[in-house]
Design a protein around this ligand. Sequence first.
Ligand code: SF4
Length: 235
Amino acid sequence: MATPARSLSPQLNTVFDLLVQNYGLPLWRRHGDPTEQLVKTILSQHTSDTNSDRAFRSLQAAFPHWQAVIEAPTPAVVTAIRSGGLANQKAPRIQQALRQIWQQNGSFDLSYLATWPVAEARTWLMQLPGVGAKTASIVLLFSLQRPAFAVDTHVHRLSRRLGLAPAPATPTRVMHTIEQVAPADWLYPLHLNLIRHGRAVCKARRPHCHTCFLRCHCPSYPIDDYDPSTHPSHS
Ligand code: SF4
């Protein structure tokens, strides 16, 4: 395990270690090239992984390359990604984002962003339609192995419940808070393990607090809407 380069909060250290003990240490692997990851992430907004994966495969089957997506009538792109939900909004965003990438770079290759400071690369990505801080951070972290912390709904909820960020913190504040204190090589495993814990244990409603391995270190324990009838008590 890497030694933290900066002042690491004891709480983050404890949470990170317990997550790794229970879920393992996910090793970084490249999740497609940055433009592909960008389109996948736009498709994943407000839908399940299953639906967005299906929509991405359908988009690839309908159009052989990104230029064909730009040149296609928008209704054809809507049809191709319909299984991903919100297709009428996502199709023009994807086309416009690809168009801007092409116009500004003369190619669809965004790998040069790996050499930029994270804040500048994120700002560049966020000028594209449909790209907020979360989507930009996912591209930087998952495709370019840059130290960007992606804050989705699970990461946002757990970071605040666990005291890794202040309770009223916005997703953007959580992102900056974690990026300031966590070692760069923790951001990928921390993101994935928080999501895993959020899906399995620390759910939005009725989190399984009394069987949670983090409960002794969790300032929110126990959450009020815990339902003892569905989860046996645990000392
Ligand atoms: S104790 Fe409850 S609120 Fe805290 S991390 Fe576990 S499930 Fe979430």
